[in-house]
Design a protein around this ligand. Structure first.
Ligand SMILES: Nc1nc2c(c(=O)[nH]1)N=C([C@H](O)[C@H](O)COP(=O)(O)OP(=O)(O)OP(=O)(O)O)CN2
Ligand SMILES: [Zn+2]
Length: 124
């Protein structure tokens, strides 16, 4: 088994209803995102997937989130944009894009760091 990781980031605003907590106020984060992709087989070039191909797909997903008010994005209208939900969102958006890659390649983990010391990870 091989596991690749690429890192990216986006900046956005959100509001979370957490009963009296400060995050109920409109505020923003610079999220740092780690995307892990795993699979068994290397291609003729000796790689699972070109890092550049993964980055290209992840960049498109970041464009949907960057400098947005996340609560207004369709995916989060009925589901608050916590770091957990952001991690799931990225994983679910990316997985179908991997259909063009070798068949056993899949998203194995997405971590969303909303600060230097707080991170939510989704493992499909
Ligand atoms: N499990 C989760 N808990 C919290 C989330 C989340 O997405 N998942 N999000 C928040 C808020 O986004 C809030 O903005 C961050 O809160 P918090 O880490 O408490 O605040 P700070 O970044 O200011 O950190 P301090 O350590 O308090 O300085 C809350 N919880
Ligand atoms: Zn927040």
């Amino acid at each position: 088994m091989f596991e690749l990781k690429i890192k990216t980031h986006f900046a956005a605003a959100h509001q979370l209803t957490m009963v009296g907590q400060k995050c109920e106020n409109l505020h923003g984060h610079n999220w740092n995102i780690e995307v892990y992709v795993s699979g068994e087989k290397l291609n003729a070039a000796g790689v699972l997937v070109d890092f550049g191909d993964i980055k290209k797909e992840v960049r498109k997903i970041m464009e949907q989130l960057d400098h947005k008010f996340l609560n207004e994005i369709d995916a989060f209208k009925d589901a608050q944009p916590s770091s957990e939900r952001i991690a799931i969102y990225i994983a679910e958006q990316l997985q179908p894009k991997l259909a063009n890659f070798p068949e056993d390649v899949r998203v194995s983990r997405v971590s969303a760091w909303e600060s230097d010391d707080a991170c939510a990870t989704y493992i499909p």
